[in-house]
Design a protein around this ligand. Structure first.
Ligand code: ATP
Length: 221
């Protein structure tokens, strides 16, 4: 009987990115950051984690319903098979803490042995030491940070005191924010500038059909 040979090359480790946000609404800056991360980190998949109850933002204003924010993200990522909409924060109650999401996703069987990256713009990286259980988060994921508003990735003093893995993403500046878009939409602007051209029409139609932002009431007080 002939000897059998088996391949001894180890299985490639899957590289999974997490990209969290309120996405209220999703926009071209989000898409650009995600595309840069796919290419520069060699990700096998990138999960767009729509915050159910963004603990940093909910007190300041009323968000669009989570189901609408998720539906807009689904439309904005539909053309890229490595992008996935992650709904786990929508299904949890309470504030959407990223460390809870990491706990949940890393415990799934399909995640065994994967390498995890957390994508952030500089504004969020600067705030990271205010996040729930942040030192633990730093042990569980590698950070991938992009410049924003002309601010390059810069490590805060609190973060510098704790070892962490960091990749800096090269990204052409995209001067857009959800806040600016909401303001423009409330002022009657077209929703077509939200995401790249090929996807804009679908997201814009969704915004218009659902009457989002034009009529968003400000939260009193
Ligand atoms: P808002 O204006 O409501 O605060 P936002 O535009 O910052 O919203 P989020 O959904 O809070 O959007 O952002 C999700 C992530 O995307 C964050 O890490 C944020 O830093 C990053 N991000 C958003 N817009 C840009 C941009 N134009 N350039 C680089 N990073 C961005």
């Amino acid at each position: 009987m002939p000897a059998t040979t088996s391949s001894s090359s180890p299985a490639r480790i899957r590289r999974i990115g997490l990209f969290g946000g309120s996405f209220d609404p999703v926009h071209v800056g989000h898409r650009q950051l995600a595309e840069c991360a796919l290419a520069q980190l060699g990700l096998d998949e990138l999960r767009w984690v729509v915050a159910g109850q963004p603990w940093q933002k909910e007190r300041a204003r009323e968000l669009a319903p989570a189901a609408d924010r998720a539906a807009m993200v689904a439309l904005a990522i539909a053309d890229e098979p490595r992008f996935r909409l992650e709904r786990c924060e929508l299904d949890r109650s309470g504030p959407s803490y990223t460390i809870d999401t990491v706990d949940q996703l890393q415990a799934r069987p399909d995640a065994a042995g994967a390498q995890w990256f957390l994508l952030l713009g500089q504004d969020q990286y600067a705030n990271l030491a205010t996040w729930h259980r942040w030192p633990e988060l730093l042990q569980r994921v590698e950070l991938a940070v992009a410049a924003r508003d002309g601010q390059p990735p810069r490590t805060s003093a609190a973060l510098a005191a704790v070892p962490h893995r960091l990749s800096v993403l090269a990204m052409p500046p995209v001067a857009v924010s959800s806040t600016a878009l909401r303001t423009a939409l409330q002022g009657g602007a077209s929703a077509r500038s939200l995401v790249p051209d090929r996807l804009a029409a679908a997201v814009a139609q969704y915004v218009e059909r659902r009457g989002l932002y034009h009529s968003t009431p400000a939260r009193p007080g």
